[in-house]
Design a protein around this ligand. Structure first.
Ligand code: FES
Length: 147
């Protein structure tokens, strides 16, 4: 079999496989952070300023966090009430680098120039910049919704 024939015969199955894979994959997947924090998949879109978290699977430990492309959510206290959580813009207000959650210091830290933010989003050290926007949280049953 020559190369052209091989590619022509291979094209259809590969395209079908890609279509199936693309259909099953989505940007809703959340990268699981290291360091013993919980992570997983959210159940909402991550291309808007909103998403949903299944509290039976995620954010069960105090200090755990989860994020999508735009928002980072941290559990600050026990209980499944909105005040037990905080949701902030993930992009640093200085130059847009994604901030990380530091549970031991109870603050968000930007790895780029060191800006630090408290759980209200206020800049508390490092690079001086404006506050991280805070998103509204609501909880219905075991589903936490942001935005
Ligand atoms: S981008 Fe975050 S401190 Fe500069």
């Amino acid at each position: 079999m020559d190369r052209r024939t091989f590619i022509q015969e291979l094209k259809l199955p590969v395209m079908a496989t890609c279509a199936i894979c693309l259909g099953s994959c989505s940007k809703d997947d959340i990268t699981t952070p290291g360091g013993g924090n919980t992570g997983g998949n959210n159940t909402g879109g991550n291309t808007t300023n909103s998403f949903k978290v299944d509290l039976t699977k995620e954010l069960q430990a105090i200090g755990s966090f989860i994020f999508n492309d735009k928002i980072i959510v941290v559990r600050l206290a026990a209980g499944s009430v909105p005040s037990s959580f905080v949701a902030l813009q993930r992009a640093c207000t200085h130059q847009g680098t994604d901030v990380n959650w530091n549970a031991s210091k109870n603050e968000f830290v930007c790895p780029n120039h060191g800006a630090r933010f408290n759980t209200s989003g206020q800049n508390i050290g490092g690079q001086s910049t404006s506050a991280l926007p805070v998103y509204a949280i609501s909880i219905s049953g075991t589903t936490l919704s942001v935005g």
